[in-house]
Design a protein. Sequence first.
Length: 220
Amino acid sequence: MFKKEKWNKLYSKPGFFYGENPISILKEKWERLRQGKVLDLAMGEGRNAVFLAQKGFQVLGLDISDVAIEKAKKLAYDKGVQIETKIADLDMYVFPMLGFDSIVMAYVKPAPRYYNEIFRALAQGGTVLIENYTTDQLAKNPIPELENSDYYVPNELLKNLSNLQILYYNEGEVDGKQVVQCIAKKPTDKDAIKYGFAKAQGDDHTKGRFKSAEDLFKKK
């Protein structure tokens, strides 16, 4: 209940706390997401969910705050699009198997178990887009709404997504904030073998080992 009260208080302020515009990586690279049904985890007031609906996605947005959900519904109505919404505590949410073509997580850092759940919830070839603050931001100018554990340490996100194919990755300053941005893809059966995520039948050379995301992406 404490979490719900905290976020309801935040979103009860006049206007949109985080604004109505989508995060920059989504605005610039949305076409890299697999079209279809998309899950917006901790969607807040709906800025990303509504943007995706405008681009033709079928959107389900989850948030623990009923105040945020109502604002998201109003924003969707004002923009002339439809989104499905659900009030949910993400710690208790059960992901449907292969239920989504894409998943978006903006400025929320889930428990480590979530990444395996996300993998299972994505359809083959499905994509996930993530943006959040890094510990560089914590050191320079902490965000009052976040706990210290909500910031990503360097390369932490890559390790969490090691069973996905990294399509885009950036750690650095964006719009004056220190963030990590990532788009990753759940390999199809064919891609899993091609990129070394799984062992081809009869192939003894791979020894069934999984290649980490760091092997696929070399940070410059």
